[in-house]
Design a protein around this ligand. Structure first.
Ligand SMILES: C[S@@+](CC[C@H](N)C(=O)[O-])C[C@H]1O[C@@H](n2cnc3c(N)ncnc32)[C@H](O)[C@@H]1O
Ligand SMILES: O=c1cc(-c2ccc(O)cc2)oc2c(O)c(O)ccc12
Length: 361
């Protein structure tokens, strides 16, 4: 009996050990992704026009002979994780019997392949050493009085940090724009949301990627991108129905039939979200029309989502924790709408980890 218990205990401990190793080395997934981008591998494979053999890849990369096997090992790791796929050509145990091809994930990292849907800037932001570095201070920050991890690690809130560092503002804006490009692919599923409205303000709309997609799809809809002055400075619109206005959403929000908030509310605490939602409600109600607030954001739904999807949402929740925001469950979203005085709201799936919520004043 004792030995059965010991065996069980040992089995469980080995499982625990295995889980810990998986987590300890998890950072190498993002590092290997960054390596592939730094070496331009997704574009090299795409431009090759067919799966690329190891010898063609290393010769394009001009990797010294002594390091060629390292490329093979990195590609094996990335293929194991679904970023590339290995095509086996023959039965010989020869390097050139294998060739690497793109998967949907690496297509999204190739500018040549997915010009309008390239997620490379988001990978570069999420793997930036300074931005990643602040997570080393989670422990000290949680036990201290400083309100946000950004302030604890970098000395200012995220928005002040970005304002003072043009290269990071540009990295952040490009990362946000790359996420917004995906709206293009999802718009057909939710086009009804934009029908019957004449004007919309994209509050915190960044450099205007989402607004541009909506303006092109609905040429009669007048769209304003409203963001901090340093974000919209020097931006000009290519479409007649799109304009940029610099301002502070905590001071005022321009009037319109609809307000859009994409990836805005998850940046803030409940208290601040309720304040933003109340201002939006006033803005869409003040012209006497029955306006609405359109929210594109994350809803945590552990019951219905796949485990991997929940994991991504919970990772984003930790990122939001660092800027004093949070990802919310359906119940938590309801709390915001009720407290801000909205009469009703509807939820639609948008894409992958994102939902679209229409809230009615
Ligand atoms: C996470 S980004 C989302 C950008 C864009 N909506 C998107 O999804 O790509 C948040 C945006 O809110 C803007 N923002 C932050 N504070 C703001 C304020 N007080 N007034 C207006 N915009 C603000 C930021 O500059 C940034 O562009
Ligand atoms: O990978 C990220 C993403 C963000 C991010 C995403 C969406 C938002 O509405 C705000 C921020 O922020 C990050 C960040 O602040 C960081 O230090 C590292 C990575 C990321």
């Amino acid at each position: 009996m004792a030995s059965t218990n010991n065996q069980l205990e040992a089995t469980e401990l080995f499982e625990g050990q295995s889980l810990l190793y998986m987590h300890m080395f998890g950072f190498l997934k993002s590092m290997a992704l960054k390596w592939a981008i730094q070496l331009n591998i997704p574009d090299i494979i795409y431009n090759h026009g067919k799966p690329i053999t190891l010898s063609d890849l290393v010769s394009t990369l001009q990797v010294p002979i002594s390091k060629q096997s390292l490329v093979e090992r990195l590609m094996r790791f990335l293929a194991h994780n679904g970023i590339f796929v290995i095509h086996e050509k023959g039965e010989n145990d020869d390097d050139d019997d294998q060739a690497y091809a793109l998967t949907p994930a690496s297509k999204l990292l190739s500018k040549s392949c997915c010009k309008d849907h390239c997620l490379t800037p988001m990978v570069l932001m999420s793997t930036d050493p300074i931005l990643m570095g602040k997570f080393h201070q989670l422990g000290d920050w949680i036990c201290g009085e400083i309100p946000t991890l950004y302030e604890a690690a970098l000395g200012s809130t995220v928005w002040e940090f970005l304002e003072g560092k043009p290269e990071y503002l540009s990295l952040f804006n490009q990362a946000m724009a790359s996420d917004s490009q995906m709206v293009n692919l999802a718009l057909k599923n939710c086009s009804k949301v934009f029908e019957g409205i004449d004007s919309i303000v994209d509050v915190g709309g960044g450099t205007g990627t989402t607004a541009r997609i909506i303006c092109e799809a609905f040429p009669k809809l007048k769209c304003v991108v409203y963001d901090l002055p340093q974000v919209v400075a020097n931006l000009s619109s290519a479409c007649d129905n799109l304009s940029y206005v610099g301002g502070d959403m905590f001071k005022s929000i321009p009037q319109a039939d609809a307000i859009m908030l994409k990836w805005i509310l998850h940046d803030w605490t409940d208290e601040i979200c309720i304040k933003i939602l109340k201002t939006c409600k006033e803005s869409v109600s003040s012209n006497g029309k029955k306006g609405k607030v359109i929210i594109m954001d994350i809803i945590i739904n552990e019951e219905d989502d796949e485990k991997d999807m929940t994991e991504t949402k919970l990772c984003l929740d930790l990122i939001m924790m660092g800027i004093n925001g949070k990802e919310r469950t359906g119940k938590e979203w309801k709390h915001l709408f009720v407290e801000a005085g909205f009469k009703d709201y509807k939820i639609f799936p948008l894409f992958e980890n994102r939902s679209l919520i229409e809230a009615y004043p």
